[in-house]
Design a protein around this ligand. Structure first.
Ligand code: GUN
Ligand code: FE
Length: 451
C-alpha cells in the first residue's frame, strides 16, 4: 500500500483494538479508526462512521486507511518485559537442574563473564533484541553485565533496532568468582559513567537503571553509593528481592534484624522508581514497606518454576496496592516471549489458589493481559506515555492475525472475538504477530497491508 501524497498521518488503521483501560483489564473495541501522527503519537481514536470528518480534520484519504480483517485481526499494545537479563539469552533453555545460588555459580556467572569480549557482546545482544522485537516486546527492562563496554553496546543495538528500553550495568563487588567481580570503586564509577552516557544520548526510548544484582553480591558501601547515584540523576532502580529461601537466609545472616526488603530500604534503594524482581517470599511487613515506598514488583513466574524458587502471590500484591508487571527473567525463564510469562502467571496463580480459602480468586487471562501491557508500564513509570490506546500516547503496538497462514492454532467461524483474542494469548506466538511498532515505527514483522 502506498500513502497518498496528501497524507499527513504516519498510519491510519480501521478495525478492532484490544487494550486495558482505567476501568477494564481488557476492552475489545470494534470498528475503530486510529491515527498515528508523524511523531509516532496517537492523533485520534474514533468510530469508523466518522471516517469523512476525521479524514478532513487530520489530513488523510480513504485510500490511506489500512483495514484490519474483522474477526481475526486486531491491534493491541506492545508487551512490556519488566525483567530480563540480556546476556543470559545465550544459554536460555539449558541448565535448570540447580536452584538459584548454584545456578548462578555454575551457569550464569561463567556465561555473563563472556561479555568481557565486545565482539561476542555485539553478536549476542543483537540476537536477543531482535528476538524480543519479533515476540512483540516493545519495551524491555534489561540487566546487562558488569562490563561497561558491553553495556554500551547493548544501548547502541537497542537504539539501532528501535526498541524502547531500560538498561542497567550490573553491579557486583562481593560473593562472586574472581573472573566475574568488580572493585567497589570501579563499580561505582562505571555505574555513574553509564548513567551519564545514556542520559547524554537523549534518546527518548532509552533510560538508564541503577542495577545492584542483589544484596548478596553487593557490599553495603556499594549499595549506599548506588542509592546516591539513583537520586542524583533521578533514574530508576532494579534488583532482585525475596526470590529463593536459601538466598533470604544468607541475607538475614549478613543483616541480622533486617528483612531483605528493609536492607534495600536502609540503603535508600526503595522509592517510586524502584522495581524488584520475584518477591516470591517475604512477610506482610515487607509488602507493606514496598507499598509505602511506592516500589513495584516484576513477577517472573516462568523463572520461579524452572529454578524452583517459589510462587509469588500477585493477587495479594494487587490487593495491597503494589504495582505488578511481568518479566520473562531470561534465562531463569526459558522463554523470551511475554505470552509464556502471561500463561505461567495464570498457572502460578491457579496453583496458589489450591491452598487458599474459597474467597481467593486466581488471576484471569484478562488480568495477565493487563500485567503484560499497562501494568508493566505502571511498574516502569511509563503509563502516561504508553501501555494502551489513548490520544497523545506513543503508538507502541502489535498487529495480531489470529488466522495468519502459519498460525499455531485454529479459529472457527463460530468463535466470538473474545475467544479469538483469548486463543491468541493462550496459544499464539510470533507467527501471529504480523507487525510490531514502537513510537509509530515498524520495528519487526511484515511491511505493507497485512496479508
Ligand atoms: N539473583 C541474582 N542474580 C540473578 C539472576 O541472574 N537471575 C535470577 N533469576 N535471580 C538472580
Ligand atoms: Fe533476574
Amino acid at each position: 500500500q502506498r500513502k497518498s501524497s496528501k497524507c499527513q498521518m504516519k498510519h491510519v488503521f480501521s478495525g478492532t483494538l484490544v487494550h486495558s483501560s482505567k476501568e477494564n483489564m481488557m476492552e475489545i473495541c470494534k470498528k475503530r479508526l486510529i491515527g498515528v501522527d508523524s511523531n509516532g503519537k496517537i492523533a485520534f481514536i474514533d468510530n469508523t462512521t466518522k471516517l469523512e470528518d476525521l479524514a478532513k480534520k487530520f489530513g488523510f484519504q480513504k485510500e490511506d486507511v489500512i483495514s484490519l480483517q474483522p474477526g481475526r485481526q486486531f491491534l493491541m499494545p506492545g508487551f512490556v518485559d519488566t525483567h530480563i537479563h540480556a546476556p543470559q539469552y545465550v544459554f536460555t533453555g539449558t541448565g535448570y537442574d540447580l536452584p538459584l545460588l548454584d545456578w548462578l555459580e555454575k551457569y550464569t556467572f561463567p556465561s555473563e563473564s563472556r561479555f568481557r569480549n565486545v565482539e561476542f557482546a555485539q553478536v549476542a545482544y543483537r540476537k536477543v533484541v531482535t528476538r524480543l522485537l519479533k515476540n512483540g516486546t516493545t519495551t524491555a527492562s534489561y540487566f546487562a553485565t558488569i562490563h561497561y563496554e558491553a553495556s554500551e553496546i547493548l544501548c547502541d543495538i537497542v537504539a539501532e533496532l528501535g526498541q524502547r528500553c531500560y538498561i542497567g550495568k550490573v553491579c557486583m563487588d562481593r560473593n562472586s568468582p574472581d573472573y566475574y567481580i568488580e572493585e567497589t570503586e570501579q563499580s561505582i564509577k562505571d555505574t555513574e559513567r553509564f548513567v551519564k552516557h545514556v542520559l547524554e544520548l537523549k534518546n527518548p526510548l532509552i533510560t538508564p537503571v541503577v542495577t545492584p544484582r542483589f544484596v548478596l553480591s553487593c557490599t553495603s558501601h556499594l549499595l549506599k553509593k548506588l542509592g546516591h547515584i539513583a537520586k542524583k540523576y533521578n533514574v530508576p532502580i532494579q534488583s532482585h528481592l525475596n526470590e529463593s529461601k536459601n538466598e533470604i537466609a544468607l541475607v538475614e545472616k549478613d543483616y541480622p534484624g533486617y528483612s531483605y526488603t528493609a536492607v534495600y530500604d536502609k540503603h535508600n534503594l526503595l522509592n517510586n522508581k524502584t522495581y524488584m524482581a520475584h518477591c516470591c517470599h517475604g512477610s506482610d511487613e515487607e509488602l507493606n514497606l514496598l507499598s509505602e515506598r511506592c516500589s513495584a514488583v516484576a513477577h517472573c513466574p516462568t523463572s520461579n518454576f524452572n529454578i524452583r524458587s517459589g510462587i509469588a502471590d500477585v493477587r495479594y500484591m494487587l490487593d495491597k496496592n503494589v504495582k505488578v508487571g511481568l518479566g520473562t527473567d531470561v534465562s531463569g525463564g526459558e522463554s523470551s516471549s511475554m505470552l509464556v510469562a502471561m500463561r505461567d502467571c495464570i498457572k502460578a496463580s491457579n496453583v496458589l489458589s489450591l491452598n487458599k480459602s474459597d474467597g481467593y480468586t486466581p488471576l484471569t487471562f484478562k488480568e495477565a493481559f493487563f500485567l503484560a501491557t499497562l501494568g508493566g508500564c505502571q511498574v516502569l513509570g511509563l503509563d502516561e506515555k504508553i501501555g494502551n490506546f489513548e490520544v497523545g500516547k506513543d503508538f507502541d503496538a502489535l498487529l495480531i492475525d489470529a488466522e495468519a497462514e502459519d498460525s499455531p492454532f485454529d479459529c472457527f467461524k463460530a468463535d466470538d472475538l473474545r475467544d479469538v483474542v483469548q486463543k491468541f494469548l493462550m496459544l499464539g506466538d510470533d507467527r501471529n504477530i504480523r507487525k510490531v511498532f514502537v513510537a509509530g515505527k515498524l520495528v519487526a514483522g511484515v511491511d505493507g497491508v497485512p496479508m
